[in-house]
Design a protein around this ligand. Structure first.
Ligand code: ADP
Length: 404
């Protein structure tokens, strides 16, 4: 029934970052959010996670009796240990702590959020939902770097990939919109001998999803499983982002260290926080500002947009090779859901794959065409809004009710 919590109770979804905690009370059945907000100035910026969580739980109490099924936390790095979300216990906490070396800005904050809830509401079931988990299905050919083997065995140097919760949500939704279940239609009648022809609704669905927010990545998803993605050991690899460079020649670090006398940590920080759209344009990390400036003729903004589109188109084609073909390209997150210009320019570059923009549908962000923004053809393009909070709430409800 609309407006009333479903049978599973409500889930408190928390994204504890290095300086803020985003929170939402989510009905995992209807997706409704009776409460949401953000607590600022936490961690390095001053306040404690415990005080923030006490305040957030206080807002909940102000709403009267809330039937809380559990708390679901976004956790950035799950290493090779976690390929699914999991109920938090001491062993899981230790594992998350051990992956802090791989995500020094994020995992400690995520842990602090879990520990603060455990203190404020002892006994409330908590679930960790990892950004990396969805990509654990990648084959070694996709996740290993061509570096000495000991770097992998001793230092866990490999590609992990991120944005997994978003990919899971968006790829399921895209399969529904396309009427093509991830693993293919068992009943769609294909020749009984051999595999169904690729692209046929009875075959596994092959998607490239481009998650374009402040952080940008793209993933190749076959039959509902990630087979490749653009981010790697850290969320700096791959596409051009708001402030991150994405791929650069690894030789650049040694060269610049010599030229400038700056250390690796210092230069890495520039690649992380002062590169990407911001570095190229010299003015902004925000795609709206960049697009407006480019349209007014600002050359540096124009270049930032050109590099962004070039790298994205190239990545989509590369991921298509990882899939052995493409059924649909899906755009999501802030830029993917809102930028008619970026989508149009990327599709124009990918005509050779069989993609063709439907300009009217694209201008309406696919909202009047079931997500579709392409003309009829062998490959579809879709816009699918992501909802990581809802995915976290659903995972939490699923794991909590399985435990009961
Ligand atoms: P986050 O990764 O922090 O969740 P979002 O998914 O909200 O970020 O994406 C932020 C990006 O989306 C910014 O670059 C912003 O400029 C871009 N964006 C939002 N709305 C639009 C729009 N209408 N046109 C172009 N870009 C947009």
């Amino acid at each position: 029934m609309a407006g009333s919590p479903g049978s599973s109770g409500l889930v408190l979804v928390l994204n504890s970052g290095s300086s803020s905690v985003k929170y939402a009370l989510v009905d995992p059945d209807s997706g409704e959010r009776p409460l949401s907000g953000q607590a600022e100035n936490i961690g390095a910026a001053g306040g404690s996670y415990h005080d923030a969580l006490t305040r957030i739980l206080g807002h909940l109490d102000d709403k009267g009796h809330v039937d809380l099924a559990g708390a679901g936390h976004r956790v950035v790095h799950g290493g090779e240990r976690f390929s699914d979300s999991i109920l938090v216990d001491d062993e899981v906490l230790d594992a998350i702590r051990s992956f802090s070396r791989l995500a020094p800005l994020h995992n400690p904050a995520n842990l602090a959020g879990i520990e603060a809830v455990a203190q404020a509401r002892p006994g409330l079931p908590q679930v960790a939902v990892f950004d990396t988990a969805f990509h654990q299905t990648m084959p070694p050919a996709a996740y290993r770097y061509a570096v000495p083997g000991e770097w992998y065995t001793r230092h866990a140097v490999r590609r992990y990939g991120f944005h997994g919760t978003s990919y899971r949500f968006v790829s399921e939704r895209a399969a529904t919109l396309l009427g093509h279940p991830p693993a293919g239609h068992p009943s769609a009648g294909h020749p009984s001998a051999g595999h169904p022809p690729a692209g046929h609704p009875s075959a596994a669905l092959r998607l490239v999803v481009a998650h374009l927010g402040n952080g940008c990545s793209a993933a190749a998803i076959s039959g509902g499983r990630s087979v490749d993605t653009t981010m790697g050991l850290t969320p700096m690899e791959g596409l051009v982002m708001g402030t991150r460079s994405g791929d650069v020649d690894p030789g650049l670090l040694g060269y610049l260290a010599e030229q400038t006398g700056r250390g690796a940590a210092d230069l890495t920080d520039v690649l992380d926080t002062r590169s990407g759209l911001l570095g190229l344009s010299g003015t902004s990390n925000d795609m709206r500002t960049i697009s407006e400036a480019a349209e007014r003729g600002d050359e540096r903004a124009g270049l930032a947009l050109d590099v962004f589109v070039h790298r994205l188109a190239k990545a989509v084609a590369g991921l298509t090779a990882s899939l052995g073909g493409l059924d649909a390209l899906v755009f999501t997150a802030g830029i993917g859901e809102n930028s008619v210009l970026v989508r149009s320019r990327v599709l124009a570059r990918l005509g050779f794959l069989g993609l063709a923009e439907d300009p009217a549908a694209n201008a309406a962000h696919g909202q009047t065409s079931g997500g579709r923004i392409s003309l009829p053809g062998p490959v579809q393009a879709l816009v699918v809004p992501t909802d990581e909070e809802l995915m976290i709430a659903r995972d939490t409800a699923r794991l909590v009710s399985a435990e009961r």
